[in-house]
Design a protein around this ligand. Sequence first.
Ligand code: PAF
Length: 294
Amino acid sequence: MIIFTRVQELQDHLNIVQDQQKTIGFVPTMGALHEGHLALVKISKKSNDITVCSIFVNPTQFNDPGDLEKYPRTLENDSKMLESVDCDIIFAPPVSEMYSAAELELKRQKVEDKDWTGGKTVDFGQLDKVMEGTQRPGHFNGVAQVVSKLFRIVKPNRAYFGQKDFQQLAIIRSMTQQLGLPVEITGCPIVRESDGLAMSSRNVRLTATERKVAPLIAKTLFSVKEMKEKHSIAELKTFAEAQITSEPLMQLEYFEIVDAETLQPVSNYKEAKSIVACIALKLGSVRLIDNVIL
Ligand code: PAF
């Protein structure tokens, strides 16, 4: 496994790989890796000659500077984990390698940077106006910005993202299509702890008491999935909201049942081909999201 921190050095290496007609699979991450990330690497390795994993805590997607500061940075442990699944390349650039001072200044002034599209117009329509979009202004712009930069640097054939960030996956698909980037996007199943809690880098920040109640999130989603045969969407919403608000340590941000493609809320099952229940809440000071396809 080789670790690169500079764009030019990574590209010099990948140019040779591409000249040999080898395919590149790419797993973008912000580090603090867990089994969910390793599952993405394993999936990539099955379909590609070379797998690149990036580890970059992207400042432009954090709307809360405290959250950015607290985000765990565990490169040494991450490298060991990636080595254990035979990842070929880690790309772990410093911030200065990814952003100009001008780009960071726009972020500091909370001015949405639209210049990362290379002159093209990218419009997410209603995709970024719901759920995470309403709770975290500017977040998806930052995600799309960094992922498009990473795609242009790595030039992967395929890229792999977890379905836990369901809305992020939809935004990345839309961005890739609108910018005409030649990357196949694959969404991969959520990996869960044995008690159902969706794996997340944030889980390590839960206290022992919070960790004990955290499985209620997945339990609620799985119950909703079971109940759908006999209950209306409105009833599922009432049930899920009551479950979460009955737990004093949890503060519900949203529970939405949406069209899996457009992410717009639906009020009956016939409105969409595929429907997904999405939840976001705060458990103590930790913000957690999860979802289940109904
Ligand atoms: O899902 C994440 O870890 C991040 O949002 C991503 C896609 C690596 C972009 O920074």
